[in-house]
Each structure stands twice: as structure tokens, then as C-alpha cells.
Design a binder for this molecule. Structure first.
Ligand SMILES: [Zn+2]
Length: 149
């Protein structure tokens, strides 16, 4: 069910614990193999709301991974986008600017998306570790709630 932390005012914050693992096939299609949590649980298909584990450590691990990976993936993709723009120009110097920038442009958008996900994950990582270490989120007392079913 993911980790749910209730802040004193009655507000609930949810933190994902599960992430997808997959591979790129030859034509760069990303194929999702399975969904996993850091505790070792696996799902063949994307777990439905309520099926994810609710381990605080799994949520912290995922936030940390996304936070670490965000800036690295961003730099990597931007380098690829620039290289691709240059390559397209080298292949055909009469290429119109719009065609030269369309694929690099898409990659740049993806890069910014990943960077923003990473920044948000960093904020979540701070909240989760603050809760783990002090029992608070942004200085407000919080408690983990569990669905009873
Ligand atoms: Zn777990």
C-alpha cells in the first residue's frame, strides 16, 4: 500500500516503495520485466494500489535511488541530445533547424522530467529520513498508518 505518513493536521503523505526493472530491447523499446521493492518482494505486473509493501526502508531506498539517479541521467541525456543534434547536422548540412532539434528536443524534455523527479525524490528522501530519525516531517509530528483490511 506504499508508505503512508499522517501528519498531525490529518494530512496524509504517500511514498512509493516499488519500482520497475526492465531492459531496452534492440530497437530501444523499454521492456518492463517486473516490479520490485528493496525488501525483495516482486510483482510480475505493476502492483495495484494497496498491493505495494509499506516498509519505510523501501520508500527511503527508492527516494534515494531516484535522487541519485536524476542528475546523472540528466547530464547523460543532455550530452546525447547535443551529440545527436551535431550528428544530424554533420549527416545533412542542409537540414532544417526544426528537424535538427526535434529528436534532441524530445530527449531534452525527458532529461528535465527525470531531473525534476530526482529533485522531488530528494525532498521525499529528506522527509522520510526525518520521520525515521525524529518521528516528524518538516518539524511536525507524524505517524505511519496502515490500511486494515
Ligand atoms: Zn518492502
Amino acid at each position: 500500500m506504499a508508505v503512508q505518513l499522517q501528519i498531525a493536521e490529518g494530512k496524509i503523505k504517500k511514498y512509493k516503495t516499488v519500482y520497475e526493472v526492465g531492459n531496452f530491447t534492440g530497437d530501444l523499446y523499454y521492456y518492463t520485466d517486473k516490479w520490485v521493492a528493496n525488501c525483495g518482494r516482486e510483482w510480475k505486473d505493476k502492483p495495484k494500489e494497496g498491493e505495494e509493501c509499506d516498509h519505510l526502508d523501501c520508500a527511503i531506498y527508492l527516494a534515494e535511488q531516484q535522487n541519485d539517479g536524476g542528475p546523472k541521467a540528466f547530464v547523460f541525456l543532455i550530452v546525447i541530445a547535443i551529440a545527436m543534434a551535431i550528428l544530424l547536422y554533420v549527416i545533412d548540412q542542409r537540414i532544417e533547424l526544426v528537424y535538427m532539434l526535434i529528436f534532441p528536443g524530445v530527449i531534452t524534455l525527458v532529461a528535465f522530467h527525470i531531473l525534476i523527479v530526482g529533485i522531488i525524490a530528494g525532498k521525499r528522501f529528506d522527509e522520510l529520513t526525518e520521520y525515521r530519525d525524529k518521528g516528524t516531517i518538516n518539524g511536525t509530528k507524524a505517524s505511519q498508518i496502515f490500511d486494515v483490511s
